[in-house]
Design a protein around this ligand. Structure first.
Ligand SMILES: NC(=O)c1ccc[n+]([C@@H]2O[C@H](COP(=O)([O-])OP(=O)(O)OC[C@H]3O[C@@H](n4cnc5c(N)ncnc54)[C@H](O)[C@@H]3O)[C@@H](O)[C@H]2O)c1
Length: 300
């Protein structure tokens, strides 16, 4: 029997890019039936909203959703408030996709898991960086097993911007981008490493670094930490280090996984290609070069 995903979009800033994409899909497969954002101006320009009803209050949005068979909610609201609304949506019988992160505290993570168990709803985190073409190629190389025992992995996510961009992304003083510890927005740096190595963190420690530059813009961004670095022992025995969301002056993100027989990496200087390395005695049969640059094919 055909099943239509009747989706409600909560948060229409990042959410509007998904509204556009979903608007291009076959509406018998997926369509947006309602959108909720307390800032009405974020809803004006969205083309894909022809048949969707607009709300500024989450509870009204869910009540309406129930009346029209809305069966899933996409959470693109404030980064640190996803769990509260995920639980409300699942309790109302709807599946949930949560943009980038699940929860702001460990307790909320436990509450989320219990809610999934209680309601039987589907819950998914939408973290996109693992699925970049070059990261998928890294995973393909790692899955091939020629890198040997994985020893360590590094992830670095950079989202630099000029002051106007920072202001634009931080619309009020206590917006989450202004005050949250830099360790929180970790999914773009860590997610790809977890996905490509199939591992989960077991132990973690972290440190942040102070930025003099950010001190100068304290009036609209009251957290002077320019970056945070985390160090994890993973459940496959390797170690991993990665940054959280950062505001330092670097223009690219990068990922690197090193085994005892070879290594693989991408980012910045590799120009979208993946660099694969074996030392002389660890080259797999048939491989002649120690270093190979692989151009990933998005179609494969
Ligand atoms: N994957 C990516 O590359 C990527 C890129 C940008 C943002 N994001 C994620 O998207 C999420 C949203 O970020 P953003 O950039 O849209 O900025 P944002 O968090 O400022 O925007 C959230 C939107 O939700 C609305 N909202 C929040 N709480 C509400 C409530 N209780 N009732 C009604 N409306 C409410 C706000 O008005 C705002 O328009 C974050 O979790 C962020 O991590 C991911």
């Amino acid at each position: 029997m055909a099943y239509t995903i009747k989706l409600g979009m909560f948060g229409a800033w990042r959410g509007s890019s998904y509204i556009e994409l979903i608007g291009e899909e076959d509406p018998s497969v997926v369509k947006i039936v309602a959108v909720c954002d307390k800032q009405a101006e974020k809803l004006d320009h969205t083309e894909g909203l022809k048949d969707a009803k607009l709300f500024s209050d989450f509870d009204d949005f869910i009540s309406y959703g129930k009346s029209v068979g809305m069966n899933a909610v996409f959470l693109a609201n404030y980064f640190h408030e996803h769990a509260i609304y995920a639980i409300k949506a699942m309790e109302a019988g709807m599946d949930v996709v949560s943009e980038c992160t699940s929860a702001a505290t460990l307790k909320q993570c436990v509450d989320l898991v219990r809610c999934v168990e209680r309601t039987g709803r589907k819950y998914m985190i939408a973290e996109n960086y693992p699925f970049m073409t070059a990261n998928l190629e890294m995973k393909h190389q790692i899955d091939g097993g020629t890198l040997g025992t994985l020893l360590y992995a590094e992830g670095e996510y950079n989202h630099s911007g000029d002051l106007n961009t920072l202001k634009y992304l931080t619309p009020f003083k206590y917006h989450w981008r202004a005050w949250m510890p830099r360790t929180y927005y970790v999914t773009h740096a860590m997610g790809p490493l977890m996905y490509m190595t199939g591992s989960m963190p077991k132990y973690v420690s972290a440190r942040a670094s102070h930025s003099k530059l950010l001190e100068e813009i304290r009036d609209f961004r009251p957290n002077d930490d320019g970056m945070a670095r985390m160090f994890c022992e993973m459940d496959n025995g390797m170690t991993a280090s990665f940054t959280g969301c950062t505001a330092q002056a670097s223009d690219y993100s990068r990922y690197r996984v090193v085994g005892d027989r070879g290594s693989v990496e991408q980012g910045g200087y590799t120009g979208g290609s993946v660099r694969l390395y074996y030392s002389g005695h660890t080259k797999p049969e048939g491989v002649t070069d120690e270093v190979r640059m692989i151009t990933p094919d998005p179609a494969s």
